[in-house]
Design a binder for this molecule. Sequence first.
Ligand code: AMP
Length: 439
Amino acid sequence: MTSFKDLGLDPKLLAAVEAAGYETPSPIQEKAIPYALEGRDVMGLAQTGTGKTAAFGLPLVHQLLGGHDKRTPKGVKALILAPTRELVNQIAETLRTYVQGTHMKVTTVVGGLSINKQINMLATGTDILVATPGRLMDLMERRAVRLDTATFLVLDEADQMLDMGFIHALRQIAPALGTPRQTMLFSATMPKQMEELSSAYLEDPVKVQVSPPGKAADKITQGIHWAQDKGEKVDLLIDYLRDEPDGLSLVFGRTKHGSERLMKQLVAAGFDAVSIHGNKSQGQRDRALKAFKDGKASVLVATDVAARGIDIPSVTHVFNFDLPEVPENYVHRIGRTARAGADGDAISFVTGEEIGLLRQIQKVMKIEIPVLAGDRPEEVDPPKRGGGGGRGRGRGGPRGGSGGRGQGNGQGKPKAAQGQGKPGGANKRRRSKVRRNAA
Ligand code: AMP
C-alpha cells in the first residue's frame, strides 16, 4: 500500500499529515497526488469526504514550498475557487494546517463579509487565495487582487458552482491567471458541462475517480418514506429523530423559509435543532455549523446551497425532507453520511408532487431506492413556482431550464413494493410507520 512518504511529499507536509492523523492516502489522494506533483492538470471525480482537499492541497503546497518567488503586492500564487463560504473556510482551515511553520499565507475571500477588510488582507499579497467566484470578481473589478502571478488554479465542487453564474465568472477569472498554469478540477458528479469546462480550462488532464458518478457509497442505506403532505413529513421526521436520540441528523429542505420553519418546529418538539440557509448571516451559519459539528445540536436543517461541500464527519442520518430539484444534489446530500467507514442512513420523504423528481433521481443514480413505508400517494404535477421563495436557479446557469422537474405524469402508477423492500440491516427498527395508514 502506498504511504504518504512514497508519494514524495515535502517532509513538512509529511509532518502535517501525521499531525492530522492521516495514516495512509485515501484512494483519491493515492490516484491524484502523483500526477499533481508532476504538474499535470487533474480532473477528479470525488465527493466531499473522500479526502479531496488533501488530494489537491498537498501537491499544491508542496510545489509552492519548492518555489522561491516572493509575494508581490496584491499578488496571488495559487487560486482555489469553491461554491460557498463554508467550503472556502473549510479548505482554508485544512491548508493552514499544511503550511503551519512555513512562511506561507492562506487568505480567504467570500461574500457577506466586509470587502474593505479583504482588500487590506490582499494588499501585501498572498500565497494561496481561497475564494467564492462572485466576491473574487468584485475584488478584481476593484483592482484589489492580481491574478497574473498565479500559476495554480483549483476548481473545487465544480458541479455545485455551475448554477451560480460560475461559467461566466470563470470566463473572466481564468484568463487573468498567469501561464503556464496547473489546473485541477474536482466534482462529485459529471454533468455534461463538466466536460466542457474541462476542455476549456484544463490541458490534457488526467482523470481520476473514486466512485462512479452518481453512485452513492455502498455503506449508505437509502430509503423512501411516502408522505401525503408536508404536515405528515414533519410528523415522520420527528418520529425518526426520536428513534435516533444519539444520531447526528442532517435534514435538507427546499427553501430558506421552509427550512427555518422546520427547524423551529423541531425545536418546539424538543430537539436541539439549528439551521443554515441563505437568510442567515455568516456568523449565524458558522455558529450553527459549529454546534452541529461539536454535537451540541443533533439536527441541522439546511438548504442545498448552504450545505455545499461542508464536511461533517459524523453525520449518521441524512433526511431529504424535500427532494432536491436538481437530481445530482441527491448524491451530494446523501454523501454527507457514511463517512470514514461508518454506516449511514439516507431517508427521503416523498409526496405525490415529488414523484417526478424521484424518478429523475433514480435515473441519475441508476438505482431504485427501496420503499420503507407509507402509502404511495397519487402522482400530481408540482405547483408552478414562479420566481420567489425557492432556491435560486442561478442566473444564466446551465442547470436552469427544464432541469429538476419531472415531466412524466404517469398518474396512479401501480402500487408496487409498498412498505417492503427494507434496505439492509440498518433498517431493523424501520418501523411500522403505518400509524397514518392505520388512522
Ligand atoms: P474532504 O473530502 O477533503 O472534505 O475530507 C474529508 C475528511 O477526511 C476531512 O475531515 C479530512 O481531515 C479527512 N481526511 C482526508 N484525508 C485523509 C486520510 N488520508 N486519512 C484519514 N482522513 C483523511
